[in-house]
Ligand binder design. Structure first.
Ligand SMILES: [Zn+2]
Length: 207
């Protein structure tokens, strides 16, 4: 549901000039997500699923048998850095190998592994519980989801006004304040694909 909202909003890009639309890098939305099981103990499921939207854009989802929230996460890869949006609902790497999965998708090996920035749409726990898996990894920056850190990292001097920008190298992502559902909620627009990552901003505060 949350992801579909993002896709639908991206579809609203039809207001762009044809020349702008034609420059967007396409991807596959032919996704088939694992539905979990009535008896997860009897029928184990992989904890995390990865869909390659294209070769530089990944959609990840935690399995319903691992967490009823089954949250989505998004990995955008530029030429110099990568961006992970949200870290899901499970902290324990033994139950949810999120960091291992994400780092395995990034170009490079060892010390030459592509640097990663970890951000969040907002601070509800099902969007940030996986943070500890990334916090001590070399080359990884985790931006905490509270308002102070969000304002500081993205240089929002007149919150919630303004627009920030993340340069991943040949790929620009706009950062938009959208408080309401959560005080420090932000949304992301990827100029490369035209995808808009909304998080929960259109939901009531409790959703
Ligand atoms: Zn939320």
């Amino acid at each position: 549901m949350k992801f579909l909202l993002g896709v639908l909003l991206a579809a609203g890009l039809s207001t762009l000039a044809p020349s702008a639309r034609s420059q967007l890098v396409p991807g596959s939305v032919d996704m088939h997500w694992d539905e979990g099981a009535d008896d997860c103990a009897a029928k184990p499921h992989p904890p995390i699923q990865v869909h390659a939207y294209n070769e530089r854009t990944y959609i990840l989802r935690e399995n319903l048998c691992a967490t009823f929230e089954a949250p989505f996460m998004y990995l955008l890869v530029g030429s110099g850095r990568a961006l992970l949006i949200d870290t899901g609902d499970v902290a324990d790497p033994a139950r949810m190998p999120l960091a291992q999965t994400v780092m395995g998708l990034l170009p490079g090996e060892g010390a030459s592994k592509m640097p990663l920035i970890v951000v969040h749409t907002h601070g509800h726990l099902d969007h940030r519980a996986g943070d500890p898996q990334f916090e001590r990894l070399p080359g990884v920056t985790v931006v905490p989801a509270d308002l102070g850190h969000v304002r500081s990292y993205f240089h929002f001097t007149d919150w919630p006004n303004g627009l920030a920008r993340i340069d991943l190298g040949g790929r620009t992502v706009d950062v938009l304040p959208v408080p309401g559902h959560y005080p420090s909620h932000i949304a992301f627009y990827d100029r490369n694909t035209g995808l808009f990552f909304s998080g929960d901003f259109s939901c009531p505060a409790a959703c």
